[in-house]
Ligand binder design. Structure first.
Ligand code: CTP
Length: 401
């Protein structure tokens, strides 16, 4: 259908990039990128009408997103030779616009395209050896200025190498080292570095990416005071286990996976360094508090917990109830004692959501006047419930009496 929309407008259309790469790797892709040789915005509008979807356009970049009634998103970009005149000193003569579009991408594995027009539908286009590199399990840049053009690609190389278990090609690896040596990152905003790092930490299993960050000394690019050594990496393995444990039990609970890894990454840095990293990354106050203030609290409470064990359920609850999922998982990952790990897991699975059955109106019926006393009573009843002293509402009423 997409191809038909292109045929109707006399435009050549290709599905490109991650979608084709993932297809070749038998992996699921969440979005689809289309490149139109010509006016992509006009095409996107036509497609939206045809499929009764919506179309959001970004005129500045000549791109659009078509959202189909089922919620599926199609990103549309325009490839027109005139768009490529300005930047980068690259030899771009005599290329078709789709070839130029693909030439300007990061790695060969992302340069595959499939034609969508009826004529030649399904033809795989591979100008830069993408298929060969997928077969070789290799991350390779297309041209030597790739990292000059966009230094965030260094992080992307690591993300893809980690995700697909590919190796970074020799030349590409040397160019990465070069980019780090010459400090291509000097003018890169902290926000962009953070966005790349966050994507890496959100990957299913980011450990080998962290090892690569360490091998290439990219920790120093993030901040000179950051150390990603083997002890941090082994704690990250514990984070991975804690997250796997959580996700198995609570499929639908959303939390910031990246933040749990990030807290472990920075935990040994002095507060000043963490503060600088957060500011450089422009973390919003809520996230900064999560990884700095609340993380320090989590360390303190973990220390307290390890000293207080074994303790009553109510004691455990009071130590841990101020924390969100991210800190709980951080504590499980960093606990020194297995006993503490078990206690925190027990809190999270059994105690976290416990509440008294008794309500304010029950206390009123008992003749207790509303006021601060209510809170104390509720707290006592909650403790009794946590410690198994009450079971039914009657038990609670009796307990209050
Ligand atoms: N791209 C690039 N340089 C960047 C970012 C992106 O050349 N710094 C190109 C890549 O070739 C990529 C395309 O833009 O195929 C789309 O980018 P993105 O959506 O980030 O890439 P995906 O390959 O789809 O990655 P992911 O699977 O992580 O979504």
């Amino acid at each position: 259908d997409i191809g038909r929309a292109g045929d109707e407008m006399g435009l050549d259309l290709f599905v490109v990039g991650g979608f084709v790469r993932d297809l070749m790797l038998y992996r699921k892709s969440d979005d689809i990128d289309i490149v139109v040789e010509g006016d992509g915005i006009a095409f996107a509008k036509h497609l939206a009408v045809m499929k009764q979807g919506r179309c959001n356009t970004h005129r500045e970049f000549c791109t659009a997103v078509v959202i189909l009634p089922c919620g599926f998103k199609i990103d549309v970009a325009s490839s027109r030779l005139e768009y490529y005149k300005a930047p980068a000193a690259l030899p771009t003569v005599e290329m078709s616009s789709i070839k130029l579009d693909l030439f300007r991408r990061d790695f060969t594995i992302n340069t595959l395209a499939i034609r969508l027009n009826q004529e030649g539908f399904g033809t795989l286009i591979d100008f830069f050896g993408g298929q060969r590199d997928i077969k070789d399990k290799s991350i390779r840049i297309i041209h030597n200025l790739s990292f000059v053009e966009d230094p965030t690609r260094v992080f992307r190389a690591i993300k893809f190498a980690n995700r697909f278990n590919f190796t970074i090609g020799k030349l590409t690896s040397n160019l990465i080292k070069n980019a780090i040596r010459i400090d291509f990152f000097k003018n890169l905003s902290g926000l962009r570095v953070f966005s790349e790092l966050k994507q890496i930490l959100e990957e299913e299993n980011p450990i080998s990416a962290i090892e690569l960050l360490n091998e290439y000394h990219l920790d120093k690019v993030i901040h000179p005071g950051l150390i990603l050594d083997s002890s941090v990496i082994s704690l990250m393995e514990s984070v991975k286990k804690a997250l796997a444990w959580h996700d198995l039990l609570y499929l639908d609970i959303q939390y910031a996976r990246w933040a749990v890894y990030f807290m472990v990454m920075i935990r040994r840095c002095p507060v000043k360094v963490i503060d600088e990293i957060c500011n450089k990354f422009r973390l919003p106050p809520r996230q900064k508090n999560m990884v700095l203030r609340d993380r320090i609290r989590a360390d303190d409470r973990l220390y307290l917990l390890e000293k207080s064990l074994p303790c009553k359920n109510s004691g455990l609850y009071h130590i841990l109830s101020i924390f969100k999922t991210e800190q709980i998982l951080y504590m499980i990952a960093t606990a020194k004692k297995e006993e503490a790990r078990k206690a925190i897991s027990f809190y999270y699975t059994q105690l976290k959501d416990v509440t008294p059955l008794i309500r304010g109106k029950d206390l009123l019926t008992m003749g207790i006047k509303p006021g601060p006393a209510y809170r104390d009573i509720m707290q006592k009843v909650l403790d009794a419930r946590l410690d198994g002293l009450v079971d039914t509402l009657e038990d609670e009423l009796e307990y209050v009496n």
